[in-house]
Write a protein that binds this ligand. Structure first.
Ligand code: GRF
Length: 216
């Protein structure tokens, strides 16, 4: 069973979707630890409710950013975590964690990368006037949302969309593709080749390149 560690800064709805898929028996994994950088994160309540161990670590309490990430890597390793999952973690991960978990850190981003990396990507997409947006699960490297892409899902953008309505439509898909990407990893079906990820024994159901109707 795959041992997961989660990093989250806020609401934690993606964290919840992973918990739910594990509980439903659709993802053979266990969450060994949640680490948050925000003592007010709602993700903490979710961890408490599901008896998941959590730690709150503040970067300000460390001598440097690298020291903060070394500590995260140590805490994960102590619990035999095999895959680190970023679920709304609002910081750029630095070398000590990336080197401890090479191609073993995933992130979800609410846009079709490489378009609209960074913050407020749904607003960036609206301001740019794209007709299709979506979400991306990728492995984490030292850049901002630049690591190898694992899976993506697309949604249409309506002329009357607001940042909130588009975010919500994308979020519903995030909750589907993130657990699926973790499942592919847990089955040993992801192979990183340079900037690309190959899905081993690929079949169409591994992809979420779908456009749910705007009212769907
Ligand atoms: C999601 O939109 C995710 O794509 C982005 O941050 C948001 C986190 O939401 N990285 P939640 O905390 O998982 O509800």
């Amino acid at each position: 069973m795959l041992k997961l560690g989660v990093l989250a800064s806020g609401r934690g709805s993606n964290f919840q979707s992973i918990i739910d898929e594990i509980d439903a028996g659709n993802l053979k994994a266990s969450i060994r630890l949640l680490i948050t950088d925000n003592a007010g994160a709602y993700a903490i309540e979710r961890a408490q409710k599901h008896s998941i161990e959590y730690l709150c670590l503040s970067p300000g309490d460390f001598s440097s950013k690298d020291a903060f990430y070394s500590r995260i890597a140590d805490e994960m390793a102590k619990r035999d975590v095999e895959l680190v999952v970023l679920a709304g973690f609002m910081r750029i991960v630095r070398k000590p964690l990336i080197e401890a978990y090479p191609h073993r850190i995933m992130n979800i981003h609410p846009a079709l990368l490489p378009a609209f990396p960074g913050l407020h990507s749904q607003k960036q997409a609206l301001d740019y006037g794209v007709r299709i947006s979506g979400c991306t699960v990728h492995f984490v490297d030292e850049g901002m949302d630049t690591g190898p892409i694992i899976i993506q899902a697309a949604v249409p953008v309506s002329p009357v969309d607001t940042e909130d309505s588009l975010s919500e439509r994308i979020l519903r898909l995030e909750h589907k593709i993130y657990p699926h990407a973790i499942r592919l990893y847990s089955e040993g079906r992801l192979s990183v080749e340079g900037q690309t990820v190959k899905i081993i024994n690929y079949n169409m159901s591994d992809d979420f390149i779908i456009n749910p109707p705007l009212n769907g």
